[in-house]
Design a protein around this ligand. Structure first.
Ligand code: BEZ
Ligand code: FE
Length: 289
């Protein structure tokens, strides 16, 4: 086909997919082409803007390494990640809600005993004592694998340090629930923090006058055979950024009660002179059919 114009080119590009053997790939490619062409016509994209877009994506790719994924961050900040999560996990109301995974989870976090560990020994911050229970169908889920990770009191994750290796892990751990589906640990109170802004995503946020802030939270990833893996957050209810999360991840059901205690006996049986916090969370898993 020759002499294609800005309208007839779409039909021809779709025709070239006709021999695609994988029907799902064919559907995705066809929809992508239709939407891309509609987008370019809609905004009357100029050649210079097209090139700027290509160079932006090229720089985004160059920023990606084993420990940095600028494309996922771009997807997160455009709302695409949370959209895909939401449409992939519609489920009964009493089941815990899924949220974006984020870039700071790592495989191989320290495997710690179910109760009594301090993840923040020697790390500045207000003490936080967390208890959690994993349930399904109204029953405790024993021996579930629970991964947790969160930022420090300055809003940084350990993986953001130069030269970080998994042996340097802090404020992250993997636990297994006990016979009552429970686990507990001590850590520090998480704080709100900006997502990384030193790359192309930061440029995009600045150009659109958007806040890079995420409300304070702890990430939980819970796996148990026979259940949909749960990836979620527990946010602080007193946070200023709950309604403007840079990655659109806040669900009302994921806001936890981080209770302040001015002093007294901590859940670890220590006498605290200064303020400490407690958080008690329940997570409900969704059985796989
Ligand atoms: C996070 O909470 O760790 C996160 C999630 C999405 C993008 C950036 C950070
Ligand atoms: Fe986070």
């Amino acid at each position: 086909m020759r002499n294609l114009d800005e309208f007839t080119i779409t039909q021809e590009a779709l025709r070239r997919l006709e021999e695609t053997p994988d029907p799902r790939l064919k559907q995705i490619m066809a929809s992508l082409i239709r939407h891309l062409h509609d987008f370019a016509r809609d905004v009357k994209l100029t050649e210079e803007e097209w090139l700027q877009g290509i160079l932006f994506l090229t720089r985004t790719g160059h920023l990606c390494t084993d420990v940095r994924q600028e494309f996922i961050l771009l997807s997160d900040t455009l709302g695409l990640s949370q959209l895909v999560v939401a449409q992939s996990h519609s489920r009964p109301e009493d089941v815990s809600e899924q949220t974006v995974f984020g870039p700071f989870h790592v495989e191989g976090a320290p495997k710690l005993p179910t109760h009594g560990c301090d993840l923040a020994a020697g790390i500045e911050g207000e003490p936080l004592f967390v208890t959690a229970q994993v349930l399904a169908n109204g029953e405790p889920v024993a021996d579930a694998e629970v991964d947790i990770w969160h930022a420090d009191a300055e809003g940084f994750y350990d993986v953001q340090e130069d030269g970080w290796a998994v042996d340097d892990a802090r404020l992250r751990a993997t636990f297994r629930t006990d016979a009552d589906g429970k686990l507990s640990f001590k850590t520090i109170l998480p704080k709100s923090y900006p997502i990384p802004t030193d790359g192309t995503v930061g440029e995009m946020l600045a150009a659109t006058k958007r806040s890079p802030m995420r409300p304070a939270h702890i990430h939980f990833k819970i796996d148990k055979e026979g259940f949909d893996p749960l990836i979620t957050h527990v946010f602080r209810e007193d946070d200023d950024y709950l309604d403007s999360d840079a990655v659109f991840g806040v669900r009302g059901s994921c806001i936890g009660a981080y209770e302040p205690h001015e002093r007294g006996t901590t859940p670890f049986g220590e006498e605290a002179e200064d303020r400490f916090y407690t958080l008690d969370s329940r997570f409900v898993l969704h059985p796989l059919s």
